[in-house]
Ligand binder design. Structure first.
Ligand SMILES: [Mg+2]
Length: 328
Protein backbone atom coordinates (compact mmCIF):
# COMPACT_ATOMS: atom_id res chain seq x y z
CA UNK A 1 0.00 0.00 0.00
CA UNK A 2 1.26 3.48 -0.80
CA UNK A 3 -1.54 5.62 0.70
CA UNK A 4 -0.72 7.92 3.62
CA UNK A 5 -0.66 6.61 7.19
CA UNK A 6 -1.07 9.09 10.04
CA UNK A 7 0.73 8.72 13.35
CA UNK A 8 -1.00 10.76 15.97
CA UNK A 9 0.63 11.40 19.34
CA UNK A 10 -0.54 13.63 22.20
CA UNK A 11 2.17 16.04 23.34
CA UNK A 12 3.21 15.51 26.97
CA UNK A 13 0.00 13.59 27.52
CA UNK A 14 -0.34 13.51 31.33
CA UNK A 15 0.61 17.18 31.59
CA UNK A 16 -1.74 18.03 28.72
CA UNK A 17 -4.70 16.53 30.59
CA UNK A 18 -3.68 18.34 33.79
CA UNK A 19 -3.36 21.68 32.00
CA UNK A 20 -6.68 21.17 30.27
CA UNK A 21 -8.37 20.54 33.62
CA UNK A 22 -6.48 23.34 35.41
CA UNK A 23 -5.67 26.11 32.90
CA UNK A 24 -3.67 27.93 35.59
CA UNK A 25 -0.89 25.43 34.85
CA UNK A 26 -0.60 26.50 31.19
CA UNK A 27 2.85 27.71 30.23
CA UNK A 28 4.47 26.63 33.51
CA UNK A 29 7.21 24.07 33.95
CA UNK A 30 5.05 21.16 35.14
CA UNK A 31 5.97 17.57 35.97
CA UNK A 32 3.50 14.80 36.72
CA UNK A 33 5.32 12.76 39.31
CA UNK A 34 4.85 10.44 42.20
CA UNK A 35 8.40 9.80 43.32
CA UNK A 36 9.64 9.71 39.75
CA UNK A 37 8.72 12.06 36.91
CA UNK A 38 6.27 10.30 34.59
CA UNK A 39 5.77 13.21 32.21
CA UNK A 40 7.22 16.73 31.94
CA UNK A 41 5.80 19.76 30.14
CA UNK A 42 7.89 21.20 27.32
CA UNK A 43 8.69 24.22 29.51
CA UNK A 44 10.07 21.81 32.14
CA UNK A 45 11.97 19.84 29.48
CA UNK A 46 13.62 23.08 28.33
CA UNK A 47 15.01 23.37 31.86
CA UNK A 48 16.37 19.84 31.83
CA UNK A 49 13.52 17.95 33.49
CA UNK A 50 12.60 14.64 31.91
CA UNK A 51 10.68 11.44 32.59
CA UNK A 52 12.51 8.99 34.82
CA UNK A 53 14.14 11.63 37.09
CA UNK A 54 13.41 11.55 40.78
CA UNK A 55 11.49 14.53 42.14
CA UNK A 56 14.54 15.97 44.00
CA UNK A 57 16.61 15.70 40.80
CA UNK A 58 13.85 17.47 38.91
CA UNK A 59 13.68 20.30 41.48
CA UNK A 60 17.44 20.72 41.29
CA UNK A 61 17.18 21.11 37.52
CA UNK A 62 14.23 23.49 37.80
CA UNK A 63 13.52 25.05 41.24
CA UNK A 64 10.27 26.63 39.98
CA UNK A 65 8.92 23.27 38.85
CA UNK A 66 5.25 22.61 39.60
CA UNK A 67 4.82 18.95 40.55
CA UNK A 68 1.36 17.44 40.20
CA UNK A 69 0.34 13.96 41.34
CA UNK A 70 -0.61 11.42 38.65
CA UNK A 71 -4.38 11.22 37.99
CA UNK A 72 -4.57 7.91 36.21
CA UNK A 73 -8.39 7.83 36.03
CA UNK A 74 -8.43 11.21 34.28
CA UNK A 75 -5.75 10.09 31.79
CA UNK A 76 -7.62 6.88 31.04
CA UNK A 77 -10.82 8.83 30.46
CA UNK A 78 -9.04 11.27 28.15
CA UNK A 79 -7.55 8.33 26.25
CA UNK A 80 -11.00 6.77 25.76
CA UNK A 81 -12.36 10.07 24.43
CA UNK A 82 -9.42 10.43 22.06
CA UNK A 83 -9.83 6.92 20.65
CA UNK A 84 -13.61 7.35 20.36
CA UNK A 85 -13.08 10.46 18.22
CA UNK A 86 -10.35 8.88 16.07
CA UNK A 87 -12.20 5.57 15.65
CA UNK A 88 -15.16 7.53 14.39
CA UNK A 89 -13.15 9.13 11.56
CA UNK A 90 -10.84 6.27 10.63
CA UNK A 91 -10.88 3.25 8.39
CA UNK A 92 -8.34 1.54 10.67
CA UNK A 93 -6.71 2.49 13.99
CA UNK A 94 -3.77 0.74 15.61
CA UNK A 95 -3.14 2.03 19.13
CA UNK A 96 0.51 2.35 20.13
CA UNK A 97 -0.20 3.35 23.72
CA UNK A 98 -2.90 5.22 25.64
CA UNK A 99 -2.20 8.38 23.68
CA UNK A 100 -0.81 7.49 20.30
CA UNK A 101 -2.03 5.57 17.29
CA UNK A 102 -1.47 4.79 13.64
CA UNK A 103 -4.50 5.81 11.64
CA UNK A 104 -5.67 5.17 8.09
CA UNK A 105 -8.41 7.58 6.98
CA UNK A 106 -10.90 6.52 4.31
CA UNK A 107 -10.09 7.87 0.83
CA UNK A 108 -7.14 10.00 1.99
CA UNK A 109 -4.73 10.89 -0.82
CA UNK A 110 -1.26 12.44 -0.63
CA UNK A 111 -2.28 15.90 -1.91
CA UNK A 112 -4.93 16.10 0.86
CA UNK A 113 -2.76 14.67 3.62
CA UNK A 114 -1.44 17.86 5.20
CA UNK A 115 -4.78 19.71 5.29
CA UNK A 116 -6.60 16.66 6.57
CA UNK A 117 -4.02 16.09 9.32
CA UNK A 118 -4.30 19.74 10.39
CA UNK A 119 -8.11 19.50 10.43
CA UNK A 120 -7.92 16.43 12.66
CA UNK A 121 -5.40 18.16 14.92
CA UNK A 122 -7.70 21.19 15.27
CA UNK A 123 -10.71 19.01 15.92
CA UNK A 124 -8.95 17.13 18.72
CA UNK A 125 -7.83 20.43 20.25
CA UNK A 126 -11.31 21.97 19.94
CA UNK A 127 -13.37 19.05 21.21
CA UNK A 128 -11.01 17.36 23.70
CA UNK A 129 -8.67 20.21 24.61
CA UNK A 130 -5.61 18.09 23.86
CA UNK A 131 -2.52 19.08 21.85
CA UNK A 132 -1.45 16.42 19.34
CA UNK A 133 1.35 16.13 16.84
CA UNK A 134 0.68 14.26 13.62
CA UNK A 135 3.15 12.64 11.27
CA UNK A 136 2.23 11.29 7.86
CA UNK A 137 4.17 8.68 5.93
CA UNK A 138 3.84 5.69 3.60
CA UNK A 139 4.94 3.19 6.27
CA UNK A 140 4.31 3.16 9.99
CA UNK A 141 7.98 3.83 10.70
CA UNK A 142 8.07 6.89 8.43
CA UNK A 143 4.80 8.20 9.92
CA UNK A 144 6.12 7.77 13.46
CA UNK A 145 9.39 9.51 12.64
CA UNK A 146 7.37 12.35 11.12
CA UNK A 147 5.25 12.78 14.26
CA UNK A 148 8.43 12.82 16.34
CA UNK A 149 9.77 15.59 14.10
CA UNK A 150 6.43 17.41 14.39
CA UNK A 151 6.55 17.69 18.20
CA UNK A 152 5.20 19.67 19.83
CA UNK A 153 2.02 20.72 18.13
CA UNK A 154 3.05 20.27 14.51
CA UNK A 155 2.18 18.31 11.40
CA UNK A 156 4.96 16.80 9.28
CA UNK A 157 4.24 15.00 6.02
CA UNK A 158 6.98 12.81 4.59
CA UNK A 159 5.60 12.12 1.12
CA UNK A 160 6.77 9.59 -1.45
CA UNK A 161 9.28 12.07 -2.91
CA UNK A 162 10.82 12.90 0.49
CA UNK A 163 10.85 9.37 1.84
CA UNK A 164 14.09 8.01 0.33
CA UNK A 165 16.13 10.90 1.72
CA UNK A 166 14.52 10.72 5.19
CA UNK A 167 14.94 6.96 5.29
CA UNK A 168 18.55 6.97 4.16
CA UNK A 169 19.57 9.66 6.65
CA UNK A 170 18.00 7.82 9.59
CA UNK A 171 20.63 6.74 12.09
CA UNK A 172 20.38 3.15 13.25
CA UNK A 173 20.50 4.28 16.89
CA UNK A 174 17.31 6.28 16.27
CA UNK A 175 15.37 3.12 15.45
CA UNK A 176 13.08 1.74 18.11
CA UNK A 177 14.31 -1.48 19.63
CA UNK A 178 18.02 -1.12 18.79
CA UNK A 179 19.94 -1.70 22.00
CA UNK A 180 23.52 -0.62 22.74
CA UNK A 181 24.94 -4.06 21.91
CA UNK A 182 23.38 -4.17 18.43
CA UNK A 183 24.27 -0.52 17.85
CA UNK A 184 27.91 -1.24 18.67
CA UNK A 185 27.99 -4.31 16.46
CA UNK A 186 26.55 -2.31 13.57
CA UNK A 187 29.08 0.46 14.22
CA UNK A 188 31.90 -2.12 14.16
CA UNK A 189 30.67 -3.11 10.69
CA UNK A 190 30.77 0.57 9.68
CA UNK A 191 26.97 0.88 9.72
CA UNK A 192 25.63 4.11 11.24
CA UNK A 193 22.80 5.24 8.96
CA UNK A 194 20.11 3.34 7.08
CA UNK A 195 21.66 4.38 3.74
CA UNK A 196 24.67 2.24 4.63
CA UNK A 197 22.51 -0.86 5.07
CA UNK A 198 21.17 -0.82 1.52
CA UNK A 199 23.85 -3.04 0.04
CA UNK A 200 23.76 -5.58 2.84
CA UNK A 201 21.82 -8.80 2.44
CA UNK A 202 19.19 -9.81 4.98
CA UNK A 203 21.41 -12.77 5.91
CA UNK A 204 24.40 -10.52 6.65
CA UNK A 205 22.26 -8.22 8.82
CA UNK A 206 20.77 -11.20 10.67
CA UNK A 207 24.35 -12.28 11.37
CA UNK A 208 25.07 -8.91 13.02
CA UNK A 209 21.77 -8.03 14.68
CA UNK A 210 19.98 -11.34 15.29
CA UNK A 211 17.03 -12.79 13.40
CA UNK A 212 14.21 -10.38 14.20
CA UNK A 213 16.20 -7.14 14.18
CA UNK A 214 18.33 -8.19 11.20
CA UNK A 215 15.23 -8.79 9.11
CA UNK A 216 13.67 -5.58 10.31
CA UNK A 217 16.80 -3.61 9.38
CA UNK A 218 16.76 -5.15 5.92
CA UNK A 219 13.12 -4.17 5.48
CA UNK A 220 13.83 -0.63 6.63
CA UNK A 221 16.81 -0.34 4.28
CA UNK A 222 14.80 -1.58 1.31
CA UNK A 223 11.61 0.31 2.15
CA UNK A 224 9.61 -2.88 2.64
CA UNK A 225 8.75 -2.17 6.30
CA UNK A 226 5.25 -2.37 7.65
CA UNK A 227 2.35 -0.47 6.05
CA UNK A 228 -0.39 -2.49 7.69
CA UNK A 229 -2.52 -0.49 10.15
CA UNK A 230 -4.37 -3.09 12.14
CA UNK A 231 -6.35 -2.98 15.35
CA UNK A 232 -4.93 -4.58 18.47
CA UNK A 233 -5.79 -8.26 18.51
CA UNK A 234 -8.83 -9.30 20.50
CA UNK A 235 -6.68 -12.07 21.90
CA UNK A 236 -5.09 -11.07 25.19
CA UNK A 237 -3.00 -14.10 26.15
CA UNK A 238 -1.70 -17.55 25.25
CA UNK A 239 -0.88 -20.19 27.82
CA UNK A 240 0.62 -23.63 27.72
CA UNK A 241 0.65 -26.33 30.36
CA UNK A 242 0.95 -30.13 30.05
CA UNK A 243 -0.36 -32.75 32.44
CA UNK A 244 2.89 -34.73 32.20
CA UNK A 245 6.11 -32.92 33.19
CA UNK A 246 7.48 -31.22 30.08
CA UNK A 247 10.75 -29.40 29.57
CA UNK A 248 10.57 -25.63 30.07
CA UNK A 249 12.32 -25.17 26.71
CA UNK A 250 9.59 -27.11 24.92
CA UNK A 251 6.85 -25.05 26.56
CA UNK A 252 8.59 -21.78 25.67
CA UNK A 253 9.08 -22.95 22.08
CA UNK A 254 5.37 -23.75 21.85
CA UNK A 255 4.47 -20.22 23.03
CA UNK A 256 6.85 -18.69 20.48
CA UNK A 257 5.30 -20.83 17.71
CA UNK A 258 1.80 -19.74 18.60
CA UNK A 259 2.74 -16.06 18.84
CA UNK A 260 4.48 -16.21 15.47
CA UNK A 261 1.59 -18.03 13.83
CA UNK A 262 -0.62 -15.03 14.66
CA UNK A 263 2.13 -12.43 14.02
CA UNK A 264 2.03 -11.30 17.63
CA UNK A 265 4.65 -10.39 20.20
CA UNK A 266 4.30 -10.32 23.97
CA UNK A 267 5.47 -7.92 26.61
CA UNK A 268 5.06 -10.23 29.58
CA UNK A 269 5.78 -13.89 30.31
CA UNK A 270 4.22 -15.45 33.42
CA UNK A 271 5.10 -18.74 35.07
CA UNK A 272 2.71 -20.33 37.53
CA UNK A 273 3.62 -23.37 39.60
CA UNK A 274 1.39 -24.39 42.49
CA UNK A 275 0.50 -21.11 44.22
CA UNK A 276 3.70 -19.40 43.07
CA UNK A 277 3.51 -16.83 40.27
CA UNK A 278 6.43 -14.99 38.71
CA UNK A 279 6.73 -12.90 35.58
CA UNK A 280 9.21 -11.06 33.41
CA UNK A 281 8.71 -8.08 31.09
CA UNK A 282 10.22 -7.73 27.64
CA UNK A 283 11.20 -4.39 26.19
CA UNK A 284 10.90 -4.40 23.24
CA UNK A 285 8.08 -6.95 23.06
CA UNK A 286 9.18 -10.26 21.58
CA UNK A 287 8.22 -13.51 19.92
CA UNK A 288 11.85 -14.59 19.60
CA UNK A 289 12.09 -18.25 20.72
CA UNK A 290 15.55 -17.61 22.18
CA UNK A 291 14.47 -14.70 24.35
CA UNK A 292 11.32 -16.49 25.48
CA UNK A 293 13.27 -19.65 26.28
CA UNK A 294 15.98 -17.81 28.22
CA UNK A 295 13.37 -16.01 30.30
CA UNK A 296 11.30 -19.14 30.87
CA UNK A 297 14.36 -21.10 31.97
CA UNK A 298 15.28 -18.32 34.37
CA UNK A 299 11.81 -18.40 35.94
CA UNK A 300 10.92 -22.11 35.78
CA UNK A 301 14.30 -23.85 35.66
CA UNK A 302 16.12 -25.73 32.91
CA UNK A 303 14.29 -29.04 33.41
CA UNK A 304 10.94 -30.78 33.08
CA UNK A 305 8.13 -29.01 34.88
CA UNK A 306 4.39 -29.00 35.40
CA UNK A 307 4.38 -25.19 35.52
CA UNK A 308 1.98 -23.20 33.36
CA UNK A 309 3.55 -20.62 31.07
CA UNK A 310 1.52 -17.70 29.83
CA UNK A 311 2.23 -14.64 27.68
CA UNK A 312 0.18 -11.42 27.93
CA UNK A 313 0.25 -7.80 26.70
CA UNK A 314 0.18 -9.03 23.13
CA UNK A 315 1.04 -6.65 20.28
CA UNK A 316 1.13 -6.91 16.49
CA UNK A 317 4.54 -8.18 15.41
CA UNK A 318 6.21 -5.16 13.86
CA UNK A 319 4.86 -2.33 15.88
CA UNK A 320 7.84 -0.16 16.81
CA UNK A 321 8.91 -0.78 20.37
CA UNK A 322 8.78 2.02 22.86
CA UNK A 323 8.92 2.56 26.60
CA UNK A 324 5.82 1.47 28.53
CA UNK A 325 5.24 4.89 30.11
CA UNK A 326 3.82 7.49 27.73
CA UNK A 327 6.37 10.14 28.69
CA UNK A 328 6.22 11.98 25.38
MG1 LIG B 1 2.87 11.34 23.35
Amino acid sequence: MTGPILHLDVDAFFVAVDVRDDPGLAGLPVAVADRVVACASYQARDRGVHAGMTVPQAYRACPRLVVTPPRMAAYQHASKELFALVDDRAEAVQPGSVEEAFVRLPGLTWPDAETTARDLQHEIRATLGLPVSIGVGRTKLIAKLASRAAKPGGVVVTDLADEPQVRGALRVDELWGIGPVTRDRLADAGLHAVAGLRHWSAAALVEIAGTAMGRRLHQIATGTDDTDVRPLPPRRSFSVQRSAPTHTRELAAELARRLRAERLTCRTLHVRLGGRKVKVRFDPPTNDPRRLTEAAVRLAGDHKTTAALMVTDLRPEDRPAQPPLPGL
